[in-house]
Design a protein around this ligand. Structure first.
Ligand SMILES: [Zn+2]
Length: 134
């Protein structure tokens, strides 16, 4: 059995099709990436809550070559930084428009969380997002 880590709950949420964000139970502020103490009030009473899963695409990058070691087989893929409507941001994978094609994506686009299979999360424990609307 693997030791629990600070991101264990986040990863378990993804495997269950849920996007969780860390939340301070004292000052109620959301907090991502997870920390051991709340950056707003220094409380160590931190829990998790389900995010609405909507946000805007702060920035993104399509990788077609030169992937980091261990990620070569994923090429091509797109990573982005999403600012959730809760006010926190996280790094995500972006769903292509068609295989290898992220043409429709622009910064500041509205995006939404997309649940993927537990097998996919086991392999790459990262949230997946897609563009919303036209
Ligand atoms: Zn706090």
């Amino acid at each position: 059995m693997k030791m629990p880590t600070i991101v264990s709950e986040f990863r378990a949420g993804l495997a269950n099709g849920q996007l969780l964000i860390q939340n301070c139970t004292d000052c109620e502020q959301p907090n991502m990436w997870p920390r051991y103490a709340c950056p707003h009030c220094q409380s160590e009473n931190l829990g998790w809550r389900v995010s609405g899963g909507k946000g805007s695409l702060h920035s993104f990058c399509v990788l077609r070559q030169g992937a980091p070691e261990g990620f070569e087989e994923d090429l091509p893929y797109a990573i982005g930084v999403v600012k959730l409507d809760e006010g926190v941001q996280l790094a995500v994978r972006l769903v292509p428009d068609a295989p290898g094609d992220w043409e429709s994506y622009s910064c500041d686009d509205r995006v939404e969380f997309l649940a993927v299979s537990a097998e996919q999360i086991e392999k790459r424990p990262v949230a997946t997002f897609r563009r919303v609307g036209g």
